[in-house]
Design a protein around this ligand. Structure first.
Ligand code: SF4
Ligand code: SF4
Length: 467
């Protein structure tokens, strides 16, 4: 096995290896000390208990050889459902126990053989909800802001009345993009990389595939506009292929079969591009982490398509910072004289790529970005939207909300959509994706240059600090 393969396997172990890892537990309790959910509620006994400790009873095995006989003799402890899947325990465990992954698998077992709750199924169907919401966006947006409708959603469906929901766009981003190509008379970007028409696409050093995810497609087209403007400015033709939900909401709700279906749809589209050397760049750090790691470690998918796509996938800030490291990033940022609280989402930390947005912010003159240095905003995808978990999620995120409010800033930044919605709802501080901040900095630079103000576009004088 090559070093690269060993590194990839360590980053994304199989379902079987996740199970094995419980045997490595040292009972040191470190995971319990970092768990944001255990910190705020007695309903959750903690990662050590529901993870490696319970796994021994669940597996019903007496030797590692029998692990192939999963599943499973005993029922998982139902309290595992209170795990938000933030991943802090896995990141902190000195013995490499895959606790968060184990918990996700346990949740899937809890659901197996039962019809899912309508609420959990609905929260997993982001494409269906998004399409219908966009189609009827004026009514949908009115309904989501109506107190009576929200009461009905809480009482009959279990979605908390104060859960943060974004507004539906008037059009899907896919349709906006198709119109844009039509205007420019470009049709090749819709061809699969394996098709004959795709032969005239620029090479992989001049084009990237953009995975926009559901948030951009149905709610936040401005994030795509910012990302694509930055990529084009840096010399890349952007390919936006048709795509499905990455599957993370289904994984989080224990609906693995559904998630696998979504994963296969995406892999069918993306694998051709990845094999031809194109990088797949995403603005949702949750989607990119799912494609990079969770198809393998949660859904136990280890075919060639999964591997090649995982290895080609980049979070957009990771990609832009890599361009900068290779001297290829346009650093003509203009001055943004502002304080910017920044929250690094749990999913970003699971990438193991540091905080690339903070490094990029440091290139923007005048920008005083500060990492809020808080573990979790509480939302964890759809976790904090659920009636029985809403208060827990708010308690988890409260120190972050207090810090953001205390900063006095007019806007904040965060790489994950549901975290942005959570922070914005809790603090009333407009919360943007880092690419929106960078696009604004490019615009400020262009304006300063047009006005002949060299000082306004001096790159590299921003400040990025940890709070
Ligand atoms: S941190 Fe790891 S080794 Fe320590 S108790 Fe938790 S699972 Fe076991
Ligand atoms: S994934 Fe997060 S909430 Fe779940 S046990 Fe680990 S630290 Fe706690």
């Amino acid at each position: 096995m090559s070093i690269a393969e060993l590194v990839a396997e360590a980053a994304a172990p199989s379902m079987e290896q996740v199970g094995y890892s419980s045997d490595q537990c040292l009972k040191c309790n470190v995971c319990n000390t970092v768990c944001p959910v255990m910190r705020v509620t007695d309903k959750f006994p903690g990662p050590k208990y529901v993870g490696p400790q319970a796994a021994r009873f669940r597996s019903g095995r007496t030797s590692p050889v029998q692990i192939k006989d999963w599943p499973i003799l005993a029922s998982p402890d139902v309290t595992v459902d209170y795990c938000s899947g933030c991943g802090w325990c896995t990141a902190a465990c000195p013995a490499g126990v895959k606790i968060a992954e184990m918990n996700s698998q346990s949740r899937a077992r809890l659901r197996a053989g039962h019809r899912p709750k309508l609420r959990d199924w609905g929260l997993s169907q982001t494409d269906l909800v998004g399409r219908v919401g966009v189609l009827f966006s004026p009514i949908g947006n009115w309904a989501l802001s109506n107190r009576l409708v929200r009461w009905v959603m809480e009482t009959f469906f279990g979605i908390h009345r104060k859960a943060p929901f974004p507004k539906f766009s008037r059009r899907t981003y896919q349709s906006v993009w198709k119109r844009r190509l039509k205007k420019r008379d470009i049709s090749l970007a819709f061809a699969g990389a394996g098709s004959a028409r795709a032969t005239s696409l620029p090479g992989p050093d001049k084009a990237v595939v953009y995975f926009h995810g559901c948030a951009v497609n149905y709610y936040e087209p401005h994030v795509a506009n910012a990302a694509i403007s930055i990529l084009e400015r840096n010399g890349f033709q952007v390919i936006v292929p048709p795509q499905a939900c990455c599957g993370l909401p289904a994984i989080s709700n224990g609906l693995y079969a559904d998630a696998r279906g979504k994963a296969h749809k995406n892999l069918e589209i993306l694998a051709d591009y990845a094999r031809k050397g194109y990088k797949i760049v995403g603005t949702s750090t949750s989607c990119t982490h799912t494609i990079k790691a969770e198809y393998r470690e949660m859904l136990d998918m280890h075919d060639d398509d999964t591997e090649v796509v995982a290895n080609a996938t980049w979070d957009i800030c990771e990609f832009l910072l890599d361009l900068h490291d290779h001297g290829r990033l346009d650093t003509g940022f203009g001055r943004l004289d502002e304080d910017l609280p920044y929250h690094a989402p749990c999913q970003l930390r699971s990438h193991g790529i540091g905080l690339p947005a903070m490094d990029l912010f440091a290139l923007v003159p005048g920008l005083r970005a500060r990492d809020m240095d808080h573990d979790c905003c509480g939302i964890a995808g759809t976790y904090g939207m659920k009636k029985e978990k809403y208060d827990i999620a708010q308690s988890v995120g409260r120190p972050l909300f207090d810090k953001v409010r205390a900063s006095g800033a007019s806007e904040a930044a965060c790489d994950s959509e549901t975290c942005r919605w959570q922070i914005e709802k809790a603090t009333s501080v407009r919360t943007k994706h880092p690419v929106e901040i960078l696009a604004a900095a490019y615009l400020a630079g262009d304006r300063a240059r047009a006005a002949g103000d060299g000082a306004g576009s001096a790159a590299g004088s921003g400040a990025a600090t940890v709070n």
